[in-house]
Write a protein that binds this ligand. Structure first.
Ligand SMILES: Cc1cc2nc3c(=O)[nH]c(=O)nc-3n(C[C@H](O)[C@H](O)[C@H](O)COP(=O)(O)O)c2cc1C
Length: 196
């Protein structure tokens, strides 16, 4: 069974992200085909990237980087809960992603966006970032509208169809997260380029 992190991509006081993440986690916890854990960036207190060596070198010197790397490397797949800030994901989530490199490789990811247009533009940016980090983003995604899935833009009240969207996204994350295990543990399918 694979381990899936549900990452809260906002640390703002009064954030909507925490309620969204808890809702996704509650739905995920009813499943028995994967283990799920909420990962809150607030618990890691990462400063702006302050490692001297690029993350691709894998030479982390600072305790906060090592703690974050240990947490992220323990998962097979991720669900990113992302707000939309100025048509992109949050700076705090981008910074947390940038801290690491190999820990993300050959994993799967699903996306839950929220904003006036369901966080769609934030998720598109996140997909590009994930591509560079060898994370396979699944196509089914959850797009929560601040206008119709929240009351007063702040109390999460998702429309009924959104539960089905979460379920479809998780189905794909679990399938792809499992399928990529061969790359993670080095047992590549025959014919796959050994340089990957
Ligand atoms: C700095 C900032 C920029 C924002 N820009 C956008 C935007 O471009 N598009 C959008 O749909 N919502 C935008 N919003 C609204 C957020 O999507 C909304 O406030 C959401 O609840 C933010 O997530 P959070 O509450 O978890 O921090 C912005 C909010 C902030 C704080």
């Amino acid at each position: 069974m694979i381990n899936v992190a549900i990452i809260i991509g906002s640390t703002r006081p009064g954030r909507n992200g925490e309620a969204v993440a808890r809702w996704v986690h509650d739905l995920a916890a009813t499943r028995d085909d994967a283990r799920f854990e909420l990962v809150d960036l607030k618990d890691f207190g990462l400063p702006h990237l302050d490692e001297a060596m690029p993350p691709a070198m894998g030479r982390y010197e600072l305790p906060h980087t090592r703690k974050w790397a240990d947490k992220i490397s323990s998962f097979d797949a991720y669900v990113f809960i992302t707000p939309e800030y100025n048509h992109s994901t949050s700076g705090v989530l981008k910074n947390a992603i940038d801290f690491l490199y190999a820990e993300w490789h050959n994993k799967a990811a699903g996306f839950v966006g929220y904003g006036t247009l369901g966080g769609a533009r934030a998720v598109e940016h996140l997909r590009l970032i994930m591509g560079e980090l060898k994370v396979a983003g699944v196509s089914s995604q959850v797009a929560l509208s601040l206008a119709t899935d929240f009351e007063n833009f702040s109390a999460l009240k998702p429309a009924a169809h959104q539960e089905r969207a979460v379920c479809a996204m998780l189905d794909e994350v679990i399938a792809w997260g499992g399928a990529l295990k061969a790359l993670r543990d080095g047992t590549r399918p025959p014919g796959l380029d050994a340089r990957i």
